[in-house]
Design a binder for this molecule. Structure first.
Ligand code: NCD
Length: 298
């Protein structure tokens, strides 16, 4: 049984295999080809935190491959509200399905769930921990839009402290030949312990110094819900923004990514530039999650 809890559960070959498989599913995601490869399979979506893209793209991926989806919707409407433990919920739900997708506010919750599950567990975000399926679609977007991952210069911008998308992506990028720039306000820097664990070519930078040189600018939202202190959040809100001025300084071939939702980190005018690829990135969530679902269920 293969769980997908952290991007570290995959090596470079696994990642490349999943990206190649995703490419094969793109036609199905676009409705140009039909597939029933997951017919008879049931996916359980267990979301204990808000989600639009992740939840819906998993659901779309499953349904377009002939599978079915069951949901625990609002916590208030399930036995979790009666005080059921996560372990018990997982033990029960894993009897009803062939895989579980879980999003939870606590770091480590997905790993914990996998220890109580009879079926594969996919982590769709555990607090500030990991978000490996987002990373796979981020890598897929880079590969599709630029043609390669090796040899690229990539700026990770924004909330590097609490973004689980960053914590997953940076680990994956160090498996490739990439140069990584960390761009963030001081209070949102990547935690030191985290940085020390990473190999790879990584350095801190100001966006102005590198904007004309990088191939990818990956922007994140400030993760308001992870701040312990509202005042701390207020100090950093609005502290960085990608505007048309930023885009003008970028290379023609460079791209801007964002896992979404955006708050105000990217000006809306930027959406109409050819560098803006974040909505395309959200579409790529479908074929990539198709590939992931077939990996864990078949
Ligand atoms: C991200 C998340 O939930 O970590 N969203 C997503 O899955 N696309 C990023 C965010 O919430 O800012």
């Amino acid at each position: 049984m293969r769980h997908l809890i952290s991007i570290e559960d995959l090596n470079k070959d696994d990642i490349i295999r999943i990206l190649n498989k995703s490419e094969e599913f793109e036609d199905v995601a676009l409705g140009k080809r039909r597939s029933r490869i997951l017919e008879g399979k049931i996916l359980a979506n267990l979301f204990f935190e808000p989600s639009t893209r992740t939840r819906m793209s998993f659901e779309t991926a499953m349904k377009k491959l002939g599978g079915e989806v069951i949901n625990v919707s609002a916590q208030e409407a399930s036995s979790i509200a009666k005080g059921e433990t996560l372990a018990d919920t997982i033990k029960v739900v894993s009897n009803y399905c062939d895989a579980i997708v879980i999003r939870h506010p606590l770091e480590g919750a997905a790993r914990f769930a996998s220890e109580h599950s009879r079926v594969p567990v996919i982590n769709a975000g555990d607090g500030a921990g990991q978000h490996p399926t987002q990373t796979l679609l981020d890598l897929y977007t880079i590969k599709k839009e630029i043609g390669r991952i090796d040899g690229l210069k990539i700026a990770l911008v924004g909330d590097l402290k609490y973004s689980r998308t960053i914590h997953s992506l940076i680990k994956a990028l160090t498996l490739f030949e990439t140069k990584i720039y960390l761009v963030s306000p001081p209070v949102l820097e990547l935690p030191k312990e985290f940085l020390e664990e990473l190999g790879g070519d990584i350095e801190k930078a100001e966006l102005d110094q590198i904007v004309g040189d990088v191939d990818v600018i990956y922007v994140t939202r400030i993760q308001k819900e992870r701040f312990l202190d509202e005042e701390e959040y207020r100090k950093v809100t609005g502290s960085y923004k990608i505007t048309l001025e930023t885009v003008k300084k970028m290379k023609e071939s460079a791209i801007i990514l964002h896992p979404l939702p955006r708050v105000d980190e990217i000006a809306v005018e930027v959406d109409y530039t050819k560098q803006a690829k974040y909505f395309k990135q959200a579409f790529y969530g479908v074929p990539v999650r198709m590939a992931i679902l077939t990996e864990v269920m078949l």
